[in-house]
Write a protein that binds this ligand. Structure first.
Ligand code: PMP
Length: 365
């Protein structure tokens, strides 16, 4: 069977070139006599892979030298727990801006800190992000946490919202970039910490990326086991224990691919084009398809949409699959449909989706 256009929210589509490389390397890597997944993480082969992945990620995201990069095992939720442990003193205030489901999930990972929800879009059904002037930030917070892109609600901090990234004064801004990292150039120096699970824009699930200003690592934080200590992890090159070597390797291939394709400036351009195509299909449907998010914060990465009649959902998904378009079923929290347009999704895939949507409407509208 030919590969379909896969709109899955994550684990998500990977570039075919990356999959082919990974397939070839699965038996034997670079003359080592074994695949990368069968070698010691302390050996020269894997160390080279790991260090190259970091160098390439630094180049891709223009990460300044005063920022450390960690590759922790596991997902973004784990980082949501670890940031409070590492950067907030026991009982210290932490500020959270909640713009969707994942911001709410981040709150659930907090223990032994004084949580201030500085702003939330929940009352409005997470269709917008409260204006920066409405945020009730604390002067003494350990950090301000935002979700750069809400994967389920399709709400993203976009320039049209106002000042992006939001100004937080002397309190460092921490951002969950799980579903939008590397989709456009960002000024890393505006953030204290950026984290992302890899399984959307960066590669396979099982590994995350944490980019943190080095001086913040000097904070005492909360009593915690060494394995949960970012400072120790940095000293140990994210290998205090056996890291997920294969995932790290495929992440490296994916980052390399993004550099070869033209880097974040090029993915910014493609993201604009893809989002324009899809929102035009929705907004031009006369209400047959609907997306309820404020235009100023509509996500370019995840586009939730609803059919005018829920009874058509199953037929829409069946027809999409036949047309080679998969992964479109919406998250159970919202229902409906959702198309995820991460970096590996080509413009042609979104064009095919928009064409299919118009054709489906002709048959059922
Ligand atoms: N934050 C965001 C923005 C996400 O999209 C996700 C997963 N979809 C998470 C956090 C949780 O990530 P993980 O499953 O890797 O813990």
């Amino acid at each position: 069977m030919a590969r379909a256009y896969n709109f899955s929210p994550g684990p998500a589509m990977l570039p075919e070139a990356v999959l082919r490389q990974a397939q070839a390397d699965m038996l034997e890597w670079g003359g080592a006599g074994a695949s990368i997944v069968e070698m010691s993480h302390r050996g020269p082969e894997f160390l080279q892979v790991a260090r190259q992945a970091e160098a390439d990620l630094r180049e891709l995201l223009a990460i300044p030298d005063d920022y450390a990069v960690l590759f922790p095992a596991g997902g973004a939720t784990t980082q949501q727990a670890l940031i409070a442990l590492n950067f907030a003193d026991p009982g210290q205030r932490v500020d959270y801006v909640v713009s969707g489901h994942w911001g709410r999930t981040a709150l659930k990972q907090l223990v032994s800190v004084d949580v201030n929800v500085a702003a939330s879009g929940e009352a409005g059904g997470f269709r917008g992000i409260p204006a920066r002037e409405e945020w009730r930030l604390s002067d003494d917070a350990a950090y301000v946490h935002i979700t750069a892109n809400e994967t389920i609600h399709g709400v993203e901090f976009r320039p049209a919202w106002g000042h992006v990234p939001p100004e937080t004064g002397k309190v460092p801004l921490f951002a969950d970039f799980s579903s939008s990292i590397a989709s456009e150039p960002i000024d890393v120096s505006k953030y204290g910490l950026i984290y992302a699970g890899a399984q959307k824009n960066l590669g396979p699930v099982g590994i995350s990326v944490v980019i943190v200003r080095r001086d913040l690592l000097e904070r005492a934080g909360q009593p915690r086991a060494d394995i949960f200590d970012y400072r120790s992890q940095l000293k140990g090159e994210s290998m205090l224990n056996t890291p997920p070597t294969w995932n790290w390797y495929v992440l490296g291939l994916t980052v390399r691919w993004m550099l070869d394709e033209g880097g974040t400036a090029e993915f910014d351009r493609r993201s604009d084009e893809k989002a324009r195509l899809l929102y035009a299909a929705i907004d031009g449907s006369g209400g047959f398809y609907r997306n309820d998010v404020d235009a100023s914060v509509r996500s370019r990465m995840n586009v939730p949409f609803f059919l005018v009649d829920q009874a058509l959902d199953a037929a829409f998904l069946d027809g999409a699959r036949e047309a080679g378009l998969i992964g479109l079923k919406g998250h159970r929290v919202l229902g409906g449909m959702r198309a995820s347009l991460y970096n590996p999704m080509p413009v042609a895939g979104v064009q095919a989706l928009a064409d299919y949507m118009r054709e489906f409407q002709k048959r059922h509208g």
